[in-house]
Design a protein around this ligand. Sequence first.
Ligand SMILES: Nc1nc2c(ncn2[C@@H]2O[C@H](COP(=O)(O)OP(=O)(O)OP(=O)(O)O)[C@@H](O)[C@H]2O)c(=O)[nH]1
Ligand SMILES: [Mg+2]
Ligand SMILES: [Zn+2]
Length: 313
Amino acid sequence: MARPAKKKPSSDTSRLPVGRVTESHGRHHYVRAADGSLYEAHRRGKRGDVVVGDLVRYSEPSGGIVAIEEILPRETLLYRSDEWRVKELASNIGQVAVVFASRPTFNPWFIWKALLAASKAGIEPLVIRNKTDIAEGADETVRALALLSSLGCRTASVSAGNDPEKALGTLEPLFHGRRTLLIGQSGMGKSTILNLLIPEARAETQEFSEALDLGKQTTTATRWHGFGADGAIVDSPGFQEFGLEHLGLEDVIRGMPDIARHAFSCRFANCRHLTEPGCGVKAALDAGEIDPKRYEFYRAMAERILRRKAYPA
Ligand SMILES: Nc1nc2c(ncn2[C@@H]2O[C@H](COP(=O)(O)OP(=O)(O)OP(=O)(O)O)[C@@H](O)[C@H]2O)c(=O)[nH]1
Ligand SMILES: [Mg+2]
Ligand SMILES: [Zn+2]
């Protein structure tokens, strides 16, 4: 006897409910429904295309586990990339908050790369200097923040761990009504800031950790937490290498206002601001109008892109 044909999912998904992907572990995802319930979810058919922050249509097949049938178009997508793969950080965020501190030692290139990725993705950056209570290495963090302000970047200084009340007063208006992704190197205080703004997140985080048998001490997964009526705060695990293989030279220049500002006065229209004669950027560098460390960063980024072009993988 012929087996009955497997019932195909209807291609009309427009009647299905819409939920938000709040967490994603390979093939296991979590979807927050409009009524606040949280479902475990699997992606039907495809795999590997679900990102934290996605709005999805889902159907309820069995046992409380829902099936993600469709991913709605994303407003934004922030990601990093190396030669081999793309690593999505979050979708549908409007703001990326880069958190840094003097201890553990921060890497300014990490912050600058995060700003480039945000610029490429059309997401507004905010840089937060945390742990202002630590005197050791403070000068350097203050200088780093001043440089970022001079680039037109919004910045804030807090001690989320040691002066939570004041930190809350500083950060709440910056996060209010927005969907913000917290990123940064490990140990800078992203989760501390999340817990300050959303105290219930601590409980939620532990619940998740127990269910999935993951370590509790530091963040191991990106997680979306609703914040007020329309806002959200997304905590993410710390990482060190911010790969930007998806950026071209134009993206780097566009994302560096201190370089871009001088790129109009070059003799050659296609000047790469490296060794060309009559370069406005090099002239500004010689005149002390560009921070040498920023130019060094630009050159490293540009040389990498040009090498990639010359020897594509
Ligand atoms: N002195 C001081 N310590 C802080 C402050 N904020 C956070 N910390 C401490 O820094 C450590 C790391 O904080 P987390 O919030 O876990 O850092 P994280 O950025 O989430 O780290 P990962 O999840 O590993 O990426 C913890 O021991 C915090 O208590 C602060 O303002 N001052
Ligand atoms: Mg954390
Ligand atoms: Zn030039």
